[in-house]
Design a protein around this ligand. Sequence first.
Ligand code: UGA
Length: 438
Amino acid sequence: MAKICVIGTGYVGLVTGTCFSDMGHFVTCLDIDEERINNLNVGILPIFEAGLKQLLDINVEAGRLKFTTSYTKALQDAEFVFIAVGTPTSDSGGNADLQYVKKAAELIAENLDHDIIIVNKSTVPVGTGEWITELISEQLGSNTPSFSLVSNPEFLREGTSVNDFMNPDRVILGSADLEAMDKVANLYQVLRAPIMTTDIRTSEMIKYASNAFLATRISYINEIANICDALGANVREVARGMGMDKRIGSYFLDAGLGWGGSCLPKDVKALAHMAESAGATPHLMHAVMEINQNQRIKAVQNLKNALGTLKDKRICVLGLSFKPNTDDTRDAPALDIIQMLLENGTSVKAFDPQAMPASKAMIPQLLLGQDPYDAALDSDALLLATEWNAFKSLDFTRIKENMRGRVIIDGRNIWDGIALQKMGFIYIGIGVPNPKNL
Ligand code: UGA
């Protein structure tokens, strides 16, 4: 069993460390955030992620998983060090901010006393692997431990990350050092997933191209939804019919308020930025981002059209996280829409099973309900922004009693519009015909 150090205890780092320890390896997770490490050492996780806490507890208990802020301790005897730190957007141009990757590389070099394989899991612009290699080589100088760099992008999704790590569709490895790549491949062998090996730049690009493709699929179906709206077709059925074609497939074809989160927005932006910096023209990426932003604007417009004005109205928003089963509100469509509503003089009362504290911290004027019914109290309209399972079977008689108005915008197409219209609501979905016209 290998000794592994994982730098960064965000979604990727914590899941990677915990899962490798569960596979029998000895893992030390490192973070420079002392409070985070203190919390982890008493079993408090920085994120809400299904199944992670149980797995973490089991492996800490078994002595295979440790947390520290010390590079010396974490790197001691480690055969592999995984870099899994954040690469947020650094400016309006979309550049990826590499300060955490740089710091991690410098501290690895500073504390290294034996040969090691550095595996980069952070999503980094194409060419970063070579840059890290140079940076560490320069710092180490001659007559020092040797290292190899392997790029190993991560494809896990928030909310299902443990399962995604343990059951990947593929493992991508990129390196100039075939032997090092083989050793990393060995770590993943038990997962029985296809392992593709390539060069570092291609591996780095596979990550961006995959996320950008997912974003493109969603923007594509949202564009089709808008065309369906104009022509009276039903995008849910259109997506179902398209998805039956094996060449297309049915995943990532849910029309709605579009994509958010910490990955797709930053990666599409970064890919466009990278392309432009290298003299290429990313026409499609710009359209994909514009369509996504328009879905949010359109939701506000729909509310305005349905209510006549937004001034002094009360809107109930259900769902705040960028998608269900996470408390993550980064670039969440709901928060963007709420900001626009507040700017128009509307008051907003919301409910979310997990993301209310984070949302309130970002938007202090936001009112919060104790449950969906409380959030709906005295509202003129209700907007469904995130499709949590709990919202799929609401008691609409209670919702109707509590609401002042009758407008429902189903931003994720989860409800039966005809049934709601029969109950007296004015139902507006995304790319589905208005029931009153049927
Ligand atoms: C995404 C990728 O799916 C992962 O493969 C990748 O590893 C990760 O980014 C990353 O780079 O770390 P994640 O950000 O967790 O994962 O979220 P997704 O499940 O991809 O959802 C992204 C957004 O698209 C959400 O806001 C979701 O509501 C929206 N979405 C998804 C749609 O609007 N329609 C769909 O059909 C699917």
